[in-house]
Structure formats: structure tokens, C-alpha cells
Design a protein around this ligand. Structure first.
Ligand SMILES: Cc1cc2nc3c(=O)[nH]c(=O)nc-3n(C[C@H](O)[C@H](O)[C@H](O)COP(=O)(O)OP(=O)(O)OC[C@H]3O[C@@H](n4cnc5c(N)ncnc54)[C@H](O)[C@@H]3O)c2cc1C
Length: 409
């Protein structure tokens, strides 16, 4: 490893394999490499502390009265020592030069670049595992709303909510929004869940299926506002937040549809993820902001030499890959490829998707998407099974929805 400014980098020995990002994806790659090679030099660079935690817990932890430190399985420094790697925590990668195989770093703790030390290190192999960022629409100012995409931010929210029952608006009823709504309700908070669509999970599943989810969510006491968009969030003089919302279907000439509003203590944005374009652009890899970095489906190599991608920042065959289950096999492929071991190639199978809510059981296989030829195969009060058929009438996805014994759809 060459280091041009060692004020950030403590150890100037060979960088070897460099991994950007210490989420589940980055740590899985380290585990996979260390399972095959105990010695090869690995440097993990991450903007956070590098602590190991299981991100899916963030939508279950508050009702279990767990705080951020309860969720940490190993601190970054302990995990780095155990794995015999160099950890550059609180360090942000700002640039990648794929021709010279170097990356540029700054301290993530100093916000003013004037006072920030830069360093450049080189890599033999680079793994991009820097995740995706929450999208904050203009109506949801980042300084007023929370997200639950990272343990640090989660920890700050959890501390505020520990003070007692509060009123919370969650914007976006995808999987994360729908799960956290139930978790906060179970923790004793008053929860409003707002979505553009008439029901949760409407981008993924057909209306017949999502209607059951909406019914279950409402019956447990969540105030679900379907078909509304948030137009503004402002802080009142008493510190409370005013959330203005209006029907999605309202037309400009429709005077009767005045914006409504609710007053809450906290707003959580759960309005999707986007991949920051800076590093992919610098690295010269093929990339789409919405789905992520394009990789070869069998090797997980990007289009830049010696650069791989994994986790929330990556997509396979045009589909973002934002689930935990495939990470182990993906990391094993990257490890073999990096180490020059023969391997049969990664064989992507979409993971089973399971909503963590207890009010209703929702499971999907394949690649579910709302639009398409969905056909009912089983329908009763207790259960709904639907298949998504492709143009050849083959099943490309299946959703199974079951009501728990106490909650009828
Ligand atoms: C609340 C929630 C619940 C979920 N539940 C489930 C579930 O039940 N089942 C499931 O399969 N999936 C679930 N997911 C999705 C799953 O958790 C993610 O797909 C996975 O954790 C992503 O891991 P990652 O390592 O790719 O990204 P991240 O965890 O986002 O890690 C990215 C890392 O990159 C670092 N980084 C970013 N930019 C830079 C930079 N420029 N320089 C240095 N470091 C950088 C960050 O600091 C971070 O350490 C859930 C997600 C959320 C948010």
C-alpha cells in the first residue's frame, strides 16, 4: 500500500484487498476471504465505527427495548482484530482512480474539508460495499425527519423514543415502513403510516394482496393513511412537527381537497434508497442510481478491472439486491475470485421475502412486482396465495398471505 499522507492512515503496509463499507456486505466478504486465507492483507474503510450488527433488527428492536449498543455483536475494532484486518473507521472514501488503482480518503469526523486530512492508498483488489442512502423527498427535510437505515441514526431515535409514548408519522409503507410502524405501535407509541398508495407494499404486490395487509395494519391500531402524499413538514414553536398531507388524486381545480395536517413528535422517512453516484462514477463502473452498480452475475465483478460490488449498492440483471440472505454466497464468490481460486460462479436466486410484522404473515418468492398477470391459486379468509405469471405463463413470483389466528383479514 502506498500512502501519500499518513496522518489519516496509521499502517502503511500493503493494502492488498480494500473493502469500502462495514455493513453486512463488507463484513461478509471479510469472513469469506478469511475462511480461505488467514494472511492476505485486507483493509476495511468505513465512514462509521465499523461495528458489526444485524441491520434487520432495526425494525424489531424498539419494542424489545433494545438500544443501539444492545444490537452491536462486536465493535469494529474487536472484529477487525479477530479477523486480522486493518480497519480505517470513521474514514470516508471520496474518490477512486481505477487506472492507478488508488482511492482517496478523508476523516469522516471532520465536516469542514479545510481541516480534513487527505490520504491516498492503493489497492490490488477493491470491493465496493458502501450500501445505499435513504431518499429524502423535498417535502421531508433531512434535518427534521429520521431514517432507520443505519444503527447510529437508529440509536438517536431510540433514545428519544425511550422517553415515553409519543406520536410518530412514518412516511412510506414499503417493507421497512410497515415493519417499523408495528414495532413502534407495540412499544406503546401512537403511529400514523402514510403512503401514496391505498395499501402497504403496493409497489411489490397486487392490490388484492395488499388490501389484506392494509386491513391487518389498521385493525391493530395503526392509523394508515393510504392514497396521500406528504406535502410539507415544519417545526412549530412548541417543538412539535406539523405534517401536511393531501390526497394523491387531488387535482389543482379541486378546491374541496385542502391539505390536511397532523401534529407529531417525530417523522420517520421510509421512502426508498438510492445509490450515491460519486464513487461509481469515479470508478468508471456501470451504474444506475435506483438499482445500483452493475456486476457480472457470475463473478460479481464490475466493469472496472479488479473492482467488485456487493450489497445494497449492487444490482444483478437490473434488479437491486437488497436482502441479507444472498450475501453469504455472493461474498464466497468474490473471495474465490479475488484469491484466484477456481469457482463455479455465483448463481443468483432471489431470496424469500418475509415481512416481519406479526399482525399478518406475508411471504414472497421470485421477483414480485405490483404490475403484471397475478392469478389467485388459493383464497380463503385465512389465506391468499397468488402467482405472478410471465409472458410464457411461467410463475415468476408467488405471494402467500396468512392471517394469524387472532387477526382476520
Ligand atoms: C430497517 C431495515 C430492516 C431490514 N430488514 C431486512 C430483513 O428483514 N431481511 C433482509 O433480507 N433484509 C433486510 N433489510 C435489508 C438489509 O439489511 C440490507 O440489504 C443490508 O444490511 C445492506 O448491507 P450493506 O452492507 O450493503 O449496506 P450498509 O449496511 O448500508 O453498509 C454500508 C457501509 O458503507 C459505509 N460507507 C458508505 N459510503 C462510504 C464511503 N464513501 N466511504 C466509506 N464508507 C462508506 C457505511 O458507513 C456503512 O458502513 C433491512 C434494511 C433495513 C434498513
Amino acid at each position: 500500500m502506498s500512502v501519500e499522507n499518513s496522518s489519516v492512515i496509521p499502517d502503511t503496509s500493503s493494502a492488498g484487498i480494500v473493502i469500502i463499507g462495514a455493513g453486512l456486505a463488507g463484513w461478509h466478504v471479510i469472513d469469506a476471504i478469511r475462511a480461505k486465507d488467514k494472511e492476505i492483507a485486507i483493509t476495511l474503510i468505513t465512514a462509521d465505527s465499523g461495528d458489526r450488527y444485524h441491520k434487520p433488527m432495526l425494525t424489531m428492536a424498539i419494542s424489545q427495548q433494545k438500544n443501539a449498543s444492545d444490537l452491536v455483536r462486536a465493535t469494529g475494532s474487536d472484529a477487525a482484530e479477530a479477523a486480522n484486518i486493518q480497519l480505517l473507521a470513521n474514514t470516508q472514501v471520496t474518490d477512486i482512480d481505477p487506472t492507478n488503482q488508488t482511492i482517496q480518503l478523508i476523516s469522516a469526523l471532520r465536516s469542514d474539508p479545510v481541516y480534513t486530512n487527505y490520504a491516498t492508498i492503493s489497492y490490488d483488489k477493491l470491493v465496493l460495499a458502501m450500501g445505499a442512502h435513504p431518499i429524502f423527498p423535498k417535502s421531508l427535510p433531512e434535518d427534521l425527519v429520521w431514517h432507520v437505515n443505519h444503527i447510529e441514526r437508529f440509536g438517536q431515535l431510540q433514545e428519544k423514543l425511550a422517553a415515553g409514548s409519543q406520536r410518530i408519522a412514518i412516511v412510506g409503507a414499503g417493507m421497512v415502513g410497515t415493519e417499523i410502524a408495528e414495532d413502534l405501535l407495540k412499544a406503546g407509541h401512537e403511529v400514523t403510516l402514510i403512503d401514496l398508495n391505498d395499501a402497504p407494499l403496493s409497489q411489490m404486490l397486487p392490490a388484492k394482496a395488499t388490501a389484506r395487509i392494509a386491513a391487518a395494519v389498521k385493525s391493530q391500531g395503526i392509523n394508515f393513511l393510504g392514497g396521500y402524499q406528504v406535502s410539507d413538514v415544519t417545526r412549530n414553536s412548541d417543538g412539535k412537527l406539523q405534517v401536511s398531507y393531501e390526497p394523491v388524486s387531488a387535482t389543482d381545480s379541486d378546491d374541496s381537497q385542502q391539505p390536511e395536517s397532523l401534529i407529531v413528535d417525530h417523522v420517520i422517512a421510509s421512502t426508498g434508497l438510492t445509490v450515491d453516484d460519486k464513487l461509481p462514477t469515479a470508478a468508471g463502473v456501470e451504474f444506475n442510481r435506483r438499482t445500483g452498480i452493475v456486476v457480472d452475475a457470475t463473478t460479481l465483478r464490475t466493469h472496472a478491472s479488479n473492482v467488485y460490488a456487493i450489497g445494497d449498492c449492487m444490482s444483478i440483471n437490473g434488479v437491486a439486491c437488497r436482502y441479507v440472505a444472498p450475501l453469504r454466497a455472493q461474498a464466497a464468490t468474490i473471495a474465490d475470485d479475488i484469491l484466484g481460486h477456481e469457482h463455479g460462479g455465483y448463481d443468483h436466486k432471489p431470496p424469500m421475502i418475509r415481512l416481519k410484522n406479526k399482525a399478518i404473515s406475508v411471504m414472497a418468492t421470485g421477483v414480485p412486482q405490483a404490475q403484471g398477470n397475478w392469478q389467485v391459486t388459493t383464497e380463503s379468509d385465512e389465506e391468499l396465495v397468488m402467482d405472478l405469471l410471465d409472458e410464457n405463463n411461467d410463475v415468476s413470483a408467488t405471494v402467500t398471505i396468512k392471517a394469524p389466528p387472532t387477526v382476520k383479514a
